[in-house]
Design a protein around this ligand. Structure first.
Ligand SMILES: Cc1cc2nc3c(=O)[nH]c(=O)nc-3n(C[C@H](O)[C@H](O)[C@H](O)COP(=O)(O)OP(=O)(O)OC[C@H]3O[C@@H](n4cnc5c(N)ncnc54)[C@H](O)[C@@H]3O)c2cc1C
Length: 269
């Protein structure tokens, strides 16, 4: 790891100023991705702006129709939140299934979606639930936020403040995890909303995406049977030592059916 300047602002405006003062500065949240990348010299920022002391970025609020999660809220807090469990239990379960206890206690939702790892769990929830990412500059709809592998719509100097999740009628997340890292080999988040079904897939492709064919079928009839004949196309899906594209394509259908079946079994329709 190369040397760097370490800054620890206490407020959001101070953090913005610190970031703006150095074009090479990087934000530090839980450090679960950034620190190993620095240790391997994949990135060598000359300054680090640690958001750990910015209290306003941490916490969970339940408004009438939204769950609002501060960017610095660790996965463990989302998993344990009574409000999240009540309003969007699938989101709490997703957070509780990320990595291991150390990762869940350090890693944050802001760091996760800013990083946009192709196999990360939160991007699937953000996209399927049609969440809004609120930054220091603007509000970004989920459909516009994830732009490619490790790429987002964030501009230099932009800080994620919170993510607002509209409460769906019901939702479920199913992931087929890598036994080593617990990242998703494939993860499918299914949400039933007043305006139809939204389905987002992580792990299968270079970046999270919406499975619009599955959405159309589930919007017709929200039942696993409607997906029986579905052959999800393997073209463009990831292939690696963990599984080829056909395996991942099959998993998309299997996990989508499981997600819907789990909601029906729980009597949530
Ligand atoms: C062993 C291991 C297993 C894991 N397993 C999983 C898993 O199963 N599922 C999963 O989804 N994830 C998994 N992760 C990822 C982890 O959960 C973190 O979410 C992820 O590493 C990034 O979050 P962080 O808070 O540590 O961010 P950091 O590493 O601190 O930052 C990551 C990037 O986001 C930027 N950033 C951070 N906060 C903000 C902000 N507020 N605004 C703008 N940019 C920001 C940083 O500058 C940096 O570029 C795993 C990680 C490890 C190390």
């Amino acid at each position: 790891m190369r040397g760097f300047e370490y800054l620890r602002p206490a407020t959001l405006p101070e953090a913005g100023k610190a970031l703006a003062s150095n074009a090479e500065a990087r934000l530090l949240a839980g450090g679960m991705t950034l620190v190993p990348a620095m240790k391997m010299r994949l990135t060598s920022p000359s300054a680090i702006v640690d958001l750990g002391a910015v209290a306003e970025l941490r916490g969970i609020r339940l408004t009438g129709s939204e769950v609002v999660v501060g960017a610095m809220t660790p996965h463990a807090d989302v998993a344990a939140s009574a409000d999240v469990k009540r309003a969007i239990p699938a989101l709490a379960a997703l957070a509780g299934g990320i990595g291991d206890p150390q990762v869940r206690n350090r890693g944050t939702i802001g760091g996760s979606i800013a990083n946009n790892d192709p196999a990360a769990d939160y991007p699937a929830a953000v996209l399927a639930l049609g969440a809004t990412v609120v930054t220091s500059k603007r509000k970004i709809a989920a459909d516009k936020f994830f732009t490619g592998m490790f790429e987002t719509a964030l501009e230099p100097g932009e800080i994620i403040q919170q993510v607002s999740f509209p409460v769906p009628l019901m939702a479920a997340y199913e992931k087929f995890r890598s036994p080593a890292s617990r990242y998703a080999l494939v993860g499918v988040f299914v949400a039933k909303t007043a305006s139809g079904a939204r389905v987002a897939v992580t792990g299968a492709a270079p970046a999270v995406f919406r499975a619009t064919d599955i959405e159309r079928l589930l919007s017709e009839k929200f039942a696993p049977g409607i997906l029986e004949g579905l052959r999800f196309p393997a073209a463009g899906l990831n292939a690696d030592m963990h599984g080829d594209a056909e395996f991942r394509a099959n998993l998309v259908g299997v996990l989508a059916r499981r997600a819907v079946a789990s909601l029906l079994a729980a009597g949530k329709t």
